[in-house]
Design a protein around this ligand. Structure first.
Ligand SMILES: [Zn+2]
Ligand SMILES: [Zn+2]
Length: 140
């Protein structure tokens, strides 16, 4: 049973609600993650960091939206796809030493990846991403 629909909690960054997006996996499963996580954009010390581009820019929503539209950024996302071996865990391999977990929106070292995947925090985020798929409604 899916729990009764409640109003999703709106978290804010720069006072604007988090945008979510739905991803359909090859096996047909659906996951809903935040747009920032999908784009591998992290908020670190009042700056935004794009993990696939390895760039940092101002903590500004408009700037962030523009970054997501950049061709170079889109190319990087295809260059570092979610690894098929990890399926719904949505792991991008950024370089030999660094991975990015789209489910949790965190970057981590490759050697700690297996520990991360079996950790409670990651499992909880994965459940949330799956559950959001039942209640997700596109904005337009
Ligand atoms: Zn980028
Ligand atoms: Zn994770």
């Amino acid at each position: 049973m899916i729990p009764a629909l409640r109003r999703p909690k709106v978290l804010t960054s720069n006072n604007s609600p988090i945008k979510f997006m739905i991803l359909t996996l090859k096996n047909g499963k659906k996951l809903v993650v935040s747009s920032d996580s999908f784009h591998s954009i992290m908020n670190i010390e009042h700056k935004y960091n794009c993990m696939v581009c390895k760039t940092e820019f101002d903590f500004d929503d408009e700037h962030k939206a523009n970054h997501k539209k950049l061709e170079t950024h889109k190319q990087k996302l295809t260059l570092y796809p979610h690894k098929e071996d990890f399926e719904e865990n949505l792991i991008r391999q950024l370089d030999t030493e660094t991975c990015y977990c789209t489910i949790c929106g965190v970057s981590l070292s490759t050697h700690s990846l297996m520990r991360h995947l079996s950790a409670g925090v990651h499992k909880m985020e994965l459940i949330k991403a799956k559950n959001r798929a039942y209640t997700y409604k596109p904005l337009e």
